[in-house]
Design a protein around this ligand. Sequence first.
Ligand SMILES: NC(=O)c1ccc[n+]([C@@H]2O[C@H](COP(=O)([O-])OP(=O)(O)OC[C@H]3O[C@@H](n4cnc5c(N)ncnc54)[C@H](OP(=O)(O)O)[C@@H]3O)[C@@H](O)[C@H]2O)c1
Length: 500
Amino acid sequence: MLRRLLYPVSADFKLIEGQLKCFSNMHTTSKTRDSFGLHNNHSLSRNRTDVLPEHPNTCTPIADFYAGKSILITGGAGFLGKVFIERLLFNCSEIDKIFVILREKKGIKAEQRLQHITESPLFSKLKETRPKDLDKIVPIEGDMELERLGLKSDDQKTILENVSVVFHSAAEIRFHKPLKHTLKVNVEGTREVLKLCRQMDKMEAFVYVSTAYSQAERKIIEEIVYPPPDKLSEVYKTLESNNSTKEMKQILKGKFSTYTFSKAMAESLVAEEHGNVPTIIVRPSVVGAICGEPLPGWVDNWNGATGLIYDFGRGVNKVFHGQRETITDMIPVDYIVNLAIVAATKCSDNKDVKVYNSCSSLDNPLICGYLKDKCAEAYRKIHNDNSTAKAYFFKSPWMVSIVCLLYQMVPAHVADFWLRCRGMEPRYVKELKPAIVRRDLLKKLTSMSFFWRTEQTRSLYVTLSQQDQRQFPFDPKNVSWDEYFENYFKGIYKYLNVKK
Ligand SMILES: NC(=O)c1ccc[n+]([C@@H]2O[C@H](COP(=O)([O-])OP(=O)(O)OC[C@H]3O[C@@H](n4cnc5c(N)ncnc54)[C@H](OP(=O)(O)O)[C@@H]3O)[C@@H](O)[C@H]2O)c1
């Protein structure tokens, strides 16, 4: 472990950075990508939707693993959670039950929430082919903030007797919620899920969905569990006495948000407390729309990359942090889910926790300027618009603020004043402000290049049969970003009901 932590990354980093810098300068055509060997799987470098069979082969080794087994999913109403449910049901048709822990929200009980979940277009293909399979989903009332997850004792008994694989995806994902609350959901909640796993009669795999940004104070992030930023007991002690912004910065120990801090703490907790439970941590970077099956471009909320993608496209905000050359990281939601589904089938032999980074930066790097241009292109196509939305990137946060104020905010106020004078509803500031908030929240995405190593993830992928590689794609090399962003943009309009 210690040897791995002391891994001599600096020389490595220079090499990677040099290679990618050259790459980013040349990032124009797929020919150039191939010539660098960074996107070297040319024959596969298209989204796989065109090669998948209508009906999945139910006898692949991965589908076989899940045959007759029952699964537990937390966060099933979330973006990833829904895709977990759909992919498991669709691709593993012999699966027994999928228990989904859902909390009561705004007076809506778990049962009714499940109905909303399955009304999503995401499930339409399943409904067309095997509608009865939806009956395999069993909603369970539960809350990550409660002891024993607040499960009723008969629900707990059913889970303990039947479940073999757990995907723990529920989390407080808002970046800057009070630390106490975020720790309660993300760390204590994970502890409660693990406690449950340790008591399960048939336990075969526990998969913890973390975030690649849990270690974002490093530039190269290995597929290992890093030491926790602090002892949990110390954090609670400090929290009791201090709460000022300055002290909070000290508590966070370089992590950029309470969210990423809690995820780093949860990863260590998982490593320390998993006991005999075969355990995996999956670390996605920023999650985007579905790339492949069942609906390319499907997205169901504005979180993750979606808000930024939309803003890049329509050009309401034109001033961004960072540089056009920054290597950003994004991963389609189905790729993370597929990786987790596959990894769970292979973890029974591991004593230690295995970590899989689900990231694109080293395998199929995405350059900020290219991303911006692609989004603008997709937007223009949808709107039949030939204009070009300019974008300006600045490394200095001061420059971002000043240029944003003079070039955008002041004109927006003037334009609104003009609208008001003409008796019309002001709209420019109202449109600009949320775009600026999103830009600042996702500052890391455009202002810093991180490199997540993916050797373990890639090794896992090559163990799959060809059929499983088609049914559970998770190698980012196979994503054609051009096609992906076009579908993503169409998805935003279609599934988030954006009016043209
Ligand atoms: N989206 C990304 O870009 C991204 C990137 C990296 C990692 N991840 C990780 O991926 C996982 C899923 O994220 P997501 O994008 O799917 O987020 P999401 O759409 O916000 O889903 C999170 C889910 O967690 C549930 N949850 C939160 N607090 C809970 C509680 N106290 N009790 C029960 N359930 C609770 C929410 O339930 P309600 O529906 O009841 O609110 C929601 O369904 C998270 O662990 C996140 O850290 C996401």
